[in-house]
Design a protein around this ligand. Sequence first.
Ligand code: SF4
Length: 492
Amino acid sequence: MIPNDSFEYCHDLLDDKPQEACGVFGIFAPNEDVAKLTYFGLFALQHRGQESAGIAAFDRGQVHCHKGMGLVSQVFNEDILAELVGTHAIGHNRYSTTGSSHLRNAQPAVVDTRIGKFALAHNGNLVNTPELRAHLDELGCDFGMTSDSEAIALGIGVELDRDKDKSWEDAIQAALNYCKGAFSLTIATPDAVYGVRDPNGVRPLVLGQLERGGYVFASESCGLDIIGAKYVRDVKPGEIVRLDADGVHSMTWKEADPKLCVFEMIYFARPDSANHQESLYSYRVRIGHVLARESPADVDLIVGVPDSGIPAAIGFSRESKISYAEGLIKNRYVGRTFIQPTQSMRETGIRMKLNPLKDVLDGKRVLIVDDSIVRGTTSRKLVKAIRDAGATEVHMRVSSPPVTHPCFYGIDTDTQDQLIAATKTVEEIGEQIGVDSLAYLSWEGMLAATNQNPDHFCSACFTGHYPVTVPEMLKRSKLVLEETPTAGQVSS
Ligand code: SF4
């Protein structure tokens, strides 16, 4: 039995960052080993969730489903995958945001209906789960899981069962009309795989094509690359795309009001995933250029905090013409350890994850670039470690604006009082983490660097302007510093 507190401790120690909420995958390719391709798709999307993984494959109306706790590579092996035969499949990597971390909450969720079973995988977070559950309770639904994803799946099942004329599409649309919040879904039915995005498209979902025939959905384009699928396009906000034996079919179920999570651009998505035909690596280098123009510094060396701070550090270095060096080496296997470090290790906990290179940093005025500061606990340890390695000055630049508000759309952030920028000024934060100077990327700079319409992004964790109305009860659970409601903080 794994003690929960040790998990929490190590989680805290290693990840003073917002946590990603899930990765989804779907494939319709009757001539392929769909389970194995789903496995590799999930493998590429592992960064989006490490608590559980699952695959449901469909074979002439039969569903073969396997789920387990842990990484994709721990949950599946060749023998298990060989059992998951079918013409099409969906898969899921989970990081729990609603519902605790138990096998019963692992996805895909499989639901039985009058016209057969279906499976559903969800990335995102609903903001009206209690309301939705109350609605389903009234209709006599049994809940086996505790997640919002189950509520969506049961909603579809109920819609199908209570009206014999309803098709899969009708039932999906009817159920989604009750859902508020962020959801990118893959749904497998006996004959098809569906990809769905909420009208704001808060979480990404892309469509790809296999050269040998067949189509694929993945949360990010890196999930297509790994299996040799060509990127076709994004699933649009408010769109339902159906993959079946006749190809690809699109329908609009809600008018789009795009609000992609800008944190996907800055930090969550893999740098080799693309947005608008450009890798996120290139976007992150560009925000480094912007950051250098906005907040220059007289230093000897630019160092990126691995991994996600590195592209912005390279951009900062190029713009400022100051040398870039790898001054921090990441333990790539640190992952999730369930063994509690010793007390002395706790005090120097950062070195479990990052080790400074003394001969690179010694005697230098160093500027470190990180992608975000959430609580500040890791940053303080990191700065101390760099000073201990001999740096004469330590400056920090952050390639995102200050995080002042929690996320309700599928990213696991602390309550507002735990977010250092919600209670302290930039100067106070600099003092607390012990740097000689601190500056953040401006909100305008972050959005301008996307080269897209700035209105097409959610940036609520930097502004408090939530694009999907957050119910009072849910707001109170995380927005502990706010007088709620306040005009202008929430818009629908
Ligand atoms: S609140 Fe922040 S983390 Fe959440 S969806 Fe919006 S931009 Fe992303």
